[in-house]
Design a protein around this ligand. Structure first.
Ligand SMILES: *Cc1c(COP(=O)(O)O)cnc(C)c1O
Length: 381
């Protein structure tokens, strides 16, 4: 008997068109599954990004054939020719999502179509092929169904999903690759803030930028992260948790952290975040928070925010809360903001009230503890 089967876990949980694509995934189960006791141990003590589930979802692309070979296979090393284009010219993009276990045992994810659409936008900027939204969601579902036992159930834990796409063609010429791979891997992850939410300190960098006008800042592109590593380690050496970058054109306006968007709460209750000018990554968490804040009757303002205004606002009390947001940490309170010429405490240095309320509201929706009134959740398994 062949070990290759069609996906045994196909069902009718997702819209029909996506279920049809899930059923196109060929599942080749690993011949060395992690023993249940070892898996339980790994899930109970996850170290983010170091432990992966037994399988990975994969789709290949060839310029002449399009997207082919939808499959779920054993998680493991990729064999790459030393001339593989991504190793030289960094044609690579990624996404980050979570699969959440709900109390009834079902597994859900949050607004995956937004991640799929963003991957397609990133692909456009990096001259990679667009993967259709339904293929993206189906790949996540196909993997989560095969590895459903890897979804942690402890509070605030999840199965982190990392979809990514790279130029796999072995060719040193500088042009868009004719061969591309798309994969989804999954890493069980525990609560981001073990032992309770703690405010972070942020260094506002006026020497380096992560993005510039017309650059790659709005793409979820690995190179943006590479560019943020030096400023991040210099800030860490000064004792700060994270770096906030200013706009590359004028070094004046707040943009975002290396991997999180930023928000301010004002003394009149309004909620402000830097507007998307093309060099800021459009976070799914950011857009969800704008919605939740507006639902609460808060005025929400997307605009260019000068750093000088923030420093003055922190001193005068006009700025009462600051937080960063992204899929991994959800909402992270900012307790201290400093740069070359200032060092400010945000509020009393403790997590802000609206910051924590929005964090609770969003995680309640994601974990199925609150009604999904915006239709954001998609059941995967
Ligand atoms: C991924 C990312 C974010 C957060 O996006 P989410 O969709 O909310 O996870 C913010 N900034 C950058 C630079 C990112 O790469």
């Amino acid at each position: 008997m062949s070990s290759t089967t069609s996906n045994p876990a196909s069902s009718t949980i997702l819209p029909g068109g996506i279920e049809e694509i899930v059923s196109l995934f060929t599942v080749t189960p690993t011949d060395t599954p992690t023993p249940p006791a070892e898996r339980a141990e790994k899930i109970a003590r996850p170290r983010f990004g170091t432990v992966f589930s037994d399988h990975m979802a994969r789709i290949s692309w060839r310029r002449e054939e399009g997207w082919i070979h939808r499959r779920v296979e054993k998680y493991g090393p990729l064999q790459l020719d030393p001339a593989t284009a991504v190793l030289h010219y960094a044609q690579e993009i990624f996404e980050g999502m979570k699969a959440y276990a709900h109390a009834d045992g079902s597994v859900w994810t949050f607004r995956p179509e937004e991640n799929a659409a963003r991957l397609a936008r990133s692909a456009h900027r990096m001259a990679l092929p667009a993967l259709p939204v339904d293929d993206f969601v189906a790949a996540c579902a196909a993997l989560v169904r095969v590895d459903s036992e890897w979804v942690p159930t402890a509070e605030d834990s999840s199965l982190y999903l990392r979809p990514f796409m790279f130029a796999s063609e072995a060719f040193l010429g500088v042009r868009p690759a004719d061969e591309v791979e798309f994969l989804v891997i999954a890493s069980p992850s525990g609560a981001y803030f073990a032992g309770g939410v703690k405010p972070v300190s942020i260094w506002v960098d006026s020497e380096y930028h992560r993005a510039g006008p017309g650059g790659t800042g709005s793409a979820k592109f690995g190179g943006n992260y590479a560019a943020s590593l030096l400023p991040q380690s210099q800030a860490a050496a000064k004792g700060f948790d994270q770096v906030c970058f200013l706009d590359g054109a004028t070094n004046t306006y707040l943009e975002e952290l290396g991997g999180m968007n930023v928000f301010l709460v004002m003394d009149d209750g309004s909620v402000h975040t830097p507007e998307l000018t093309g060099s800021i990554l459009e976070g799914v968490t950011r857009s969800s928070i704008l919605r939740l804040a507006a639902d609460r009757g808060r005025e929400v303002v997307e605009r260019r925010i000068p750093l000088t205004e923030v420093v003055e606002g922190l001193a005068s009390g006009r700025v009462t809360e600051a937080f960063a947001c992204g899929t991994a940490a959800v909402v992270t309170p900012v307790g201290r903001l400093a740069g070359d010429t200032f060092d400010s405490t945000v509020g009393d240095g403790q997590p802000g009230e609206l910051t924590m309320a929005i964090r609770a509201e969003l995680t309640d929706i994601q974990y199925g503890r609150a009604a999904d009134r915006h239709g954001w959740m998609r059941r995967l398994a």
